[in-house]
Design a protein around this ligand. Sequence first.
Ligand code: HEC
Ligand code: HEC
Ligand code: HEC
Ligand code: HEC
Ligand code: HEC
Ligand code: HEC
Ligand code: HEC
Length: 430
Amino acid sequence: MGKIRPGMIVWIIGLFFLLASGEARGGGYLSSAHGNSGYGVKRQAIPASTGNCLHCHEMHASLNGTEPPPQDNGPHPFSLFSPGYVSQTDIFCLKCHDGTTAISSRVINNYFYAYRAGGDTNLGLVNNIKDMVTINLVAGSHTIVSAHDMGKVLNFICDSTRGWGFSCDTPPCVGCHNPHYVQRDEKTASSRGWLVSRPSTHGTSNYLWGDESGEKMRDFAGALTYQAPYRYGSNSTYEPDGSLTYDGSNLTDFPDFCLDCHGQKAITNYGVRKIDWSSTGDKHGLASADNGTILRPPYDPDNPTGKYVLSCLDCHEPHGSFNLMLIRSEVNGEELEGDITDNASTQWGYLCRRCHKDDYLADWGTRQVNKWMYAHHQDADAPYRGPLSNCDCHGGQGPPSEHPIPCAECHYHGGVDNGQVSIVTGRKTF
Ligand code: HEC
Ligand code: HEC
Ligand code: HEC
Ligand code: HEC
Ligand code: HEC
Ligand code: HEC
Ligand code: HEC
């Protein structure tokens, strides 16, 4: 106790320069959410001022003559006050981002992306990151059913074949956030900040991603169009900040960010398919819809040129969700009809109908909600047109509307209709 290890001096000096150069770019430690003297880091056990490095890095040296009690048996790697990662819910960052004052001197509340960017405050029933990543956590009538597996994220980023320079002792959260630069983002037109860092730039410039020109969703769209979804309950204001801007010039380029990991072949070793958002991949990405669409506002319904490209976070949460596969609970201005918890069902339609017209929204037939007869059998460009009575795809049990085929049999990233049913159209289905 009471000794500063020589290694620490080296990294403190190193970081001083790192932070100083960051400051020159307008986004260093002092403009970060953690280093802010008004609302930055402050642990109960540490007498240092708000925003001081010591609230995260425990030096085991005297602070003004007092010896702050270390958390468990520190010091830990990077001299952090607790280990980087122990389990999904026992992670360094979650010691403070847990909605309590167990460690932090005040409660820190954080929310789903669909609350922050989508503006749906009903989703405030989960108000911290720890709860968000806790599978089976019950909140009101909902349950967290999917979350990024933080152990796997850590394993992915620190695997030396990535060449990203992460330590396997670091908190997995730093794969996506740099604690020395990360900013607060109230997501109002007048109060913006930038939250993510690309894992592939760790240890190099390692600054924020999304804060500069060239790093916006508008830039990713290029010659195509990014159309921001509506904010919750509105048909005139848009994500992510409730302003009138809708071209993605105020939104981080999330596809490039997520694809640092999800665009790599190696991601398939972690139990998920590789995502192809290029012009030869998914139609929701840079590839174009090619068979006529029946979209809802603010998208152009017919969209004859297939001009749109979407952000991953138009549909997904980054941390955890009440739905399978991190799907948001609110999309394009409205909440889903129910939680998506059964993959082998028509529940996926709750997501699709936020942007595409089902029979109800297309004002077709008896206008049934979450029935998709019009899109698949009736529309001029429908894939399975023809006399419905002749169609044996639905098991010949009667009208297809009563015997829908689970959406996930055909619709998923990279999906193609190549024989799931007796009619084969060869069309890309995502
Ligand atoms: C919110 C908690 C937090 C605060 C506040 C914080 N750090 Fe860190 N620091 C970390 C974490 C987590 C790591 C490990 C990061 C990694 O793996 O890249 C780290 C790593 C470091 C490193 C190792 C080099 C690197 O970037 O990987 C240095 C040096 C450092 N911090 C110095 C500082 C100094 C100096 C301050 C105050 C100006 C500070 N830190 C404030 C959490 C914090
Ligand atoms: C010592 C407590 C503490 C630790 C440890 C900590 N944070 Fe924070 N964090 C804060 C505080 C305080 C804020 C300011 C947020 C506020 O006042 O709402 C903040 C803000 C943030 C923000 C900006 C969003 C917001 O709520 O304003 C992000 C992102 C963030 N932290 C991520 C992390 C990550 C990632 C780690 C681990 C590497 C981490 N934090 C560790 C206390 C902490
Ligand atoms: C796979 C990438 C990824 C990982 C891993 C990750 N985050 Fe995030 N986080 C994001 C993204 C993306 C956002 C939203 C960014 C935006 O709105 O611009 C976000 C937002 C946040 C926010 C702000 C929420 C608010 O209320 O506005 C906090 C705080 C945060 N993350 C903390 C953490 C902590 C703590 C961990 C580790 C347990 C973590 N994150 C792990 C990607 C990640
Ligand atoms: C640092 C690497 C990394 C980044 C960046 C990243 N992911 Fe992941 N993601 C993973 C890994 C590893 C898995 C597989 C383990 C798991 O299920 O969490 C995964 C799994 C997923 C899953 C499947 C979850 C489930 O329930 O099976 C979804 C959906 C997902 N990521 C979406 C995203 C989105 C959207 C982004 C961008 C906001 C993103 N990811 C950014 C590493 C990453
Ligand atoms: C956030 C809005 C949004 C959501 C949610 C959404 N889509 Fe889309 N979808 C679009 C847009 C916009 C296009 C047009 C893309 C383009 O212009 O290239 C599209 C295009 C498509 C196409 C291509 C049609 C063609 O003619 O080529 C299919 C198929 C499709 N979506 C299926 C789905 C399914 C299935 C779901 C639900 C699991 C879904 N979409 C959810 C916005 C969305
Ligand atoms: C047997 C395979 C199959 C099943 C099962 C299936 N679809 Fe489709 N779906 C398709 C094909 C093929 C297209 C046409 C794609 C195109 O035009 O390029 C399509 C188109 C769509 C579209 C795009 C409509 C537009 O705007 O052009 C949506 C939305 C959609 N399906 C939703 C669903 C939902 C919801 C379910 C489950 C209730 C479902 N699908 C089940 C094959 C299927
Ligand atoms: C139109 C809504 C939509 C958009 C936009 C979208 N996703 Fe998805 N994503 C889904 C749906 C629906 C699923 C579940 C079906 C499936 O597994 O593909 C899914 C599943 C996933 C999975 C799990 C795949 C697996 O093999 O289990 C990952 C990873 C993922 N998405 C990442 C991304 C990334 C990265 C982006 C942006 C480049 C993105 N998504 C954009 C709707 C979307």
